[in-house]
Design a protein around this ligand. Structure first.
Ligand code: UDP
Ligand code: MG
Length: 346
């Protein structure tokens, strides 16, 4: 390394350590019909935040920002009650159900106006909140993005486990840089969030998008527990939509594969044609019914599938050209911390 290079590395490190003071941390928690678990979540997450504040790992003014994603049960009422009791809790309520990805985006984009770092975590306490210390360590050491990666999938059913493995393999095959077994338990610095705000796409797949931004990043492993209460809000159709968005928003490789498949089918047809012509010239009477049926069904299937894939992309282009807002905030509750109360707790 030359002297100049050493200096420049030193320069970056200095500026990094310089700004890595105890951060104001915001936890962003998306909630969709979570009435069974939300009070316990608020309690557990609130306690953890207080402990972190007490030992000086996070700065005063750190908060938990719940994002109500158009819940139809009493989630919003419970969240407002929590926010009325404690200024630690802030509540964004979206005008409707925009889906998990948009809900965390709404939370992150709002939280970055107040926070140095934002951590997104699910409302069901499945993700181990104790990993938060490691997230902060990693941020202090210079990471702009820290990905929470689950240790194993023993709490998942066989279907979810199998489909997840298949999906991650497929995503990597298609050239996406999505991190295996990383859901949306993630820390992002304000710098990374500001960069993320520049991405205007409607088809949001944060897990695939964020690794492409290229900031210094790190991985923290955590244990997954069973859901504390309630049932998964990711229905099969929501999961399929996320999976399709993941593929079509990150890669155009399926379109290339269609072209290659088309070429292979054409080649195959040419070979078949030659064989048939030779047979015809020899005077062989080809019974041929099975072959004809197989070939036409195969080609029909491939054509339909290809059209479907192209249609998916056209649908995405259609949605992108509308430039619709990705979420609409209906109400927002945020209160300044009461200094007297904070001192009392300390
Ligand atoms: N969620 C959301 N909007 C939705 C579906 C889910 O905000 O349309 C939230 C949900 O409340 C939870 C998180 O996203 O906090 C993850 O959902 P869930 O735990 O149901 O998914 P799973 O862990 O089963 O994949
Ligand atoms: Mg969950």
């Amino acid at each position: 390394m030359t002297v100049k290079e050493t200096e420049s590395v030193q320069g970056t490190m200095d500026s990094r350590t310089e700004k890595r003071k105890t951060p104001v941390l915001y936890l962003v928690v998306p909630c969709y019909n979570e009435e069974e678990v939300i009070e316990k979540s608020a309690r557990v997450l609130g306690d953890k935040m207080r402990r972190l504040q007490h030992v000086g790992r996070i700065a005063a003014g750190s908060k938990i920002m719940f994002v109500n994603d158009g819940s139809k049960d009493s989630t919003l009422r419970l969240l407002h009650a929590a926010a009325a009791r404690d200024t630690m809790f802030s509540v964004i309520s979206l005008a409707g159900n925009y889906g998990h990805q948009s809900a965390i985006l709404a939370g992150m984009m709002t939280a970055r106006q107040y926070a140095d770092v934002v951590v997104t975590i699910d409302a069901d306490l499945q993700q181990d909140i104790e990993a938060l210390d490691k997230f902060i360590d990693s941020y202090t050491a210079g990471s702009e993005v820290v990905y929470g990666v689950r240790n194993d999938r023993h709490s998942d059913g066989i279907f979810k486990k199998g489909s997840a493995t298949l999906y991650y393999n497929l995503m990597h095959l298609l050239g996406s840089r999505v991190i295996t077994n990383h859901a949306d338990y993630r820390l992002m610095s304000r710098k990374a969030l500001d960069a993320l705000s520049e991405y205007q796409e409607t088809n949001l797949f944060l897990r695939g998008l964020i690794p492409t931004m290229g900031f210094p990043s790190d991985v923290v492993y955590f244990d997954v527990k069973a859901r504390e209460a309630g049932h998964s809000k990711y229905t099969l159709s929501k999961m399929m939509t996320l999976a399709m968005d993941g593929i079509t928003s990150m890669s155009t490789r399926p379109l290339r594969m269609i072209s290659i498949l088309g070429m292979l089918v054409c080649l195959f047809s040419c070979i078949m044609l030659v064989i048939n012509l030779v047979d015809w010239a020899k005077g062989n009477n080809v019974p041929g019914y099975t072959t004809t049926m197989t070939v036409s069904l195969l080609i029909g299937g491939i054509t339909l599938l290809s059209l479907g894939i192209i249609g998916e992309y056209i649908g995405k282009i259609y949605m992108e050209t509308k430039h619709r807002p990705r979420y609409i905030i209906d109400t927002f509750v945020w209160k300044e911390d009461d200094p007297a109360k904070t001192e009392e707790e300390d």
